[in-house]
Design a protein around this ligand. Structure first.
Ligand code: NAD
Ligand code: UFG
Length: 343
């Protein structure tokens, strides 16, 4: 019988790519999403890719009663992957209570049903923001966590602590926090990808929207950092590589191959890429000369961060397979598909 995995936020960017990988690995996926940042039609596009349409239940995970009655109908769920959260760093500064409520209440509700119905395994979407500006690069999982620079980052730190404490108090619960670096790109089919609402905050969607002519020019936030070309450095990984890591993490928990009841892994390529290098990658794969200008630094930006993924490489047998250019090309193909109204 197929193992049933509950994917929260499964119609969102990373959740939809992970759903595809889970289905292709033989899992049954059910999704809970309130569609606050995604569209129900994504499940039809997952169907086109995989031949399977996952069940989508639309409600807010902060609604404990709805979650409870949903789980009562699906007591055979093996594990949860919890993507559902608000994720805009800047917005979180202006709406901290929304962020704390949405990201933490939904997590607590999930952990409560896990305890109540004996569902043992959880994979949690964390972020490299928990490290702040690390003293040593590349950053390893045992680097000290810095005070969060935004309410969003704080929800990830607190979320990790809530999960860790729950696994300590209840030995039947096992969890893995995956600390993502910067996911970019889209599925090779160009049927699913990132669909930011309004003006994108993240570099790659802004880049591709500028390339296609929706934005006039990209603003590069600062060229006076202590980096090779003065612009900030990040570790950009292909979202499909990231999605595959979730399948490995779920199998690790289900098969009981975890070393401790709470584990943490960095998911990145191990390569630092500057903003100007990312622009050059986009120009190479699109053949477009990008319009951009250097402006002042963005408040709260970390100067440079990239992963030491060797623990995930060794323990999970996972590594990124796509290059920056390959990931960038899928982001560009996705942008062209959205704008051609082919979806
Ligand atoms: P996304 O916004 O595309 O997906 C999140 C999904 O969760 C959306 O479909 C949204 O509608 C849903 N959702 C939000 N709150 C909900 C609630 N209370 N109940 C039900 N559904 C709800 O975001 P994403 O980029 O796919 O990110 C997924 C996870 O990964 C998030 O937890 C995010 O913080 C984390 N993360 C993302 C990045 C990134 O750069 N994209 C980096 C690090 C960590
Ligand atoms: N940048 C620009 N111009 C833009 C947008 C971004 O120059 O228009 C620069 C930023 O200054 C930064 C780099 O591009 O140096 C990357 O910025 P992003 O906003 O794409 O990504 P961040 O690293 O700031 O944050 C992202 C997500 C967080 C997540 C983090 C780590 O937004 O939610 O990656 O995974 F936690």
């Amino acid at each position: 019988m197929k193992r049933k995995i509950l994917v929260t936020g499964g119609t969102g960017y990373i959740g939809s790519h992970t759903t595809v990988e889970l289905i292709e690995e033989g899992f049954e996926v059910i999704i809970i999403d309130n569609l606050c940042n995604s569209k129900a039609d994504v499940v039809n596009r997952i169907h086109k890719i995989t031949g399977v349409k996952p069940l989508l239940e639309v409600f807010d995970l902060c609604d404990q009663k709805k979650l409870d009655s949903f789980i009562q109908k699906h007591k055979d769920i093996s594990a949860f992957i919890h993507f559902a959260a608000f994720k805009a760093v800047g917005e979180s500064v202006n709406k901290p209570l929304d962020y704390y409520r949405n990201n933490l209440v939904s997590l607590i509700n999930l952990l409560e049903v896990m305890k109540c119905y004996g569902i043992p395994d959880l994979v949690f979407s964390s972020s490299c923001t928990v490290y702040g500006q690390p003293e040593k690069l590349p950053v390893t999982e045992d680097a000290p966590l810095q005070p969060a620079t935004s309410p969003y980052g704080n929800t990830k730190q607190i979320g990790e602590a809530i999960i860790r404490d729950t696994t300590i108090s209840d030995k039947n619960i096992k969890a893995i926090s995956l600390r993502y670096f910067n996911p970019i790109g889209a599925h090779a089919s160009a049927l699913i990808g990132e669909l930011p609402e309004g003006v994108p905050e993240n570099l790659v969607p802004y880049l591709t929207q500028t390339g296609i002519g929706i934005r006039e020019e990209l603003k590069v936030f600062g060229d006076d950092y202590d980096t090779s070309d003065g612009s900030c450095i990040r570790d950009y990984l292909h979202v499909v590589d990231l999605a595959k890591a979730h399948v490995i993490a779920i199998k690790r928990l289900i098969e009981g191959n975890n070393k401790t009841n709470y584990e943490v892994f960095n998911l990145g390529t191990g390569n630092g890429v500057s903003v100007l290098e990312a622009i050059r990658s986009f120009e190479r794969v699109s053949g477009i000369k990008l319009k951009y200008k250097i402006v002042g630094r963005r408040a709260g930006d970390i100067e440079k961060i990239w992963a030491d993924p060797s623990y995930a490489n060794k323990e999970l047998g996972w590594r990124t397979l796509s290059s920056l250019d390959e990931a960038m090309k899928t982001a560009w193909d996705w942008e062209k598909t959205i704008r051609s109204n082919k979806l």
